[in-house]
Design a protein around this ligand. Structure first.
Ligand code: AMP
Ligand code: MG
Length: 356
């Protein structure tokens, strides 16, 4: 049976905030406990409902969360030259490079996505991301020569990267190979903070890093947490215009979009999603993808994968994963968007669809 549907049921999305989305941000309910800060080059927010904590308890919880997130950055951030992954990236050796179990787990998951998507998702795409000016420390964004693309693409390929189990290690088969976990690590960070809260006995909370979200239990109003999905308006601030409000509990929601990190040249949009096959940014009309999945690491990687695959191949790929739900917003020449979603996605709409 067709899993995707267009138009009618989804029109409710547009009634909620008028069109097109891409980064998911929390639509704040009434007075939860809130903690926030910066991590992974972006911001994080935690909201906790149905609990009172003394200020010092809240400060301790905040410190615990910060410590955990700093720990992940020290392992996986390509923005920190001393991180475990940056040191692996600099190494040109083909010998096993010992890494933490956490890094091994995330790289293994990234490689699973790479294989499952026929290489559309590729954690070794970093040299191409940098070449196009989307990497750490690069502000100059320009179209590289075909020669430069051809040369750089030779350092890319998920099949040249392996994870060794046991005492975990990474092995690169080509000296210039590098790992970029930017499309999956935020989701991992969200899952980690959520696990820390569960361990602490919290049952009703929402965790968000840079638009990737996990929600557990109920919000302070006794309802599922309400997560806003942004319209994909160029360079709009998160939460400026929402295209949908998704009630979420016991699940994760991640959104990838082409409207925040991009440059325009010769009337063409070059965004930070690189097709590893061509070595070039994607050029299709898919503006944003939101995925609901059991874990945020999965939702994060899946949303990026669909962005790289594009609308048609992305839909086909999502259909193969029946326990995920997805909504795609596809740009039209007149500047508006078509929304298509898996059948389960509208179940997450807060209000009944009029006339059904
Ligand atoms: P996200 O915001 O989770 O969709 O991830 C965006 C980031 O993914 C970019 O900034 C790149 O670092 C990275 N990226 C770009 N193209 C790919 C790709 N084909 N596979 C995996 N990661 C990618
Ligand atoms: Mg992602």
């Amino acid at each position: 049976m067709e899993r995707f549907q267009t138009a009618r049921n989804l029109s409710i999305l547009f009634l909620l905030g008028t069109v097109t989305a891409s980064c998911s941000i929390p639509a704040a309910p009434a007075k939860p406990l809130t903690l926030q800060g910066r991590t992974m080059g972006t911001t994080y927010h935690v909201s906790i409902a149905h609990r009172t904590l003394a200020p010092e308890q809240l400060a301790m919880l905040h410190a615990g969360i910060e410590k955990r997130l700093e720990g992940i950055n020290k392992l996986m951030s390509t923005y920190d030259p001393q991180s475990e992954i940056s040191r692996f990236n600099r190494s040109r050796s083909g010998k096993p490079f010992p890494v933490s179990p956490e890094t091994a787990e995330v790289v293994e998951e990234a490689l699973t996505f790479a294989r499952d998507s026929g290489g559309a998702f590729d954690p070794t795409v970093g040299p191409l991301v940098d070449l196009w000016g989307f990497g750490p420390g690069k502000s100059q964004r320009s179209v590289p020569s075909d020669k430069a693309i051809g040369k750089t693409i030779r350092s890319v390929g998920h099949s040249r990267l392996r994870v060794v189990d046991g005492a975990p290690a990474l092995i690169k088969d080509i000296p210039g190979l590098r790992v970029d976990l930017g499309a999956i690590a935020k989701g991992y960070g969200v899952d980690t903070v959520a696990a820390l809260l569960v361990e602490g006995g919290f049952t009703d909370f929402m965790v968000e890093i840079g638009g990737e979200v996990v929600a557990h239990g109920l919000n302070p109003d006794g309802e599922r947490w309400r997560i806003g999905i942004d319209q994909p308006a160029d360079n709009a601030l998160p939460g400026q215009d929402l295209s949908a409000v998704v009630p979420l509990s016991g699940a994760a929601l991640a959104t990838s979009g082409n409207y925040r990190n991009f440059f325009l040249k010769g009337g063409k949009r070059y965004s930070h999603f690189i097709d590893p096959k061509t070595g070039k940014p994607i050029t299709h009309m898919l503006a944003s993808v939101s995925v609901i999945a059991p874990t945020c690491m999965t939702a994060d990687a899946a949303a990026t994968t669909v962005m790289v695959l594009g609308p048609e191949r992305g839909k086909t790929w999502i259909r193969r994963h029946p326990d995920w739900e997805a909504m795609l917003l596809i740009g039209k020449p007149d500047g508006t968007f078509d929304a298509v979603a898996t059948k389960g996605f509208p179940d997450y709409l807060p209000d009944p669809v009029p006339g059904t």
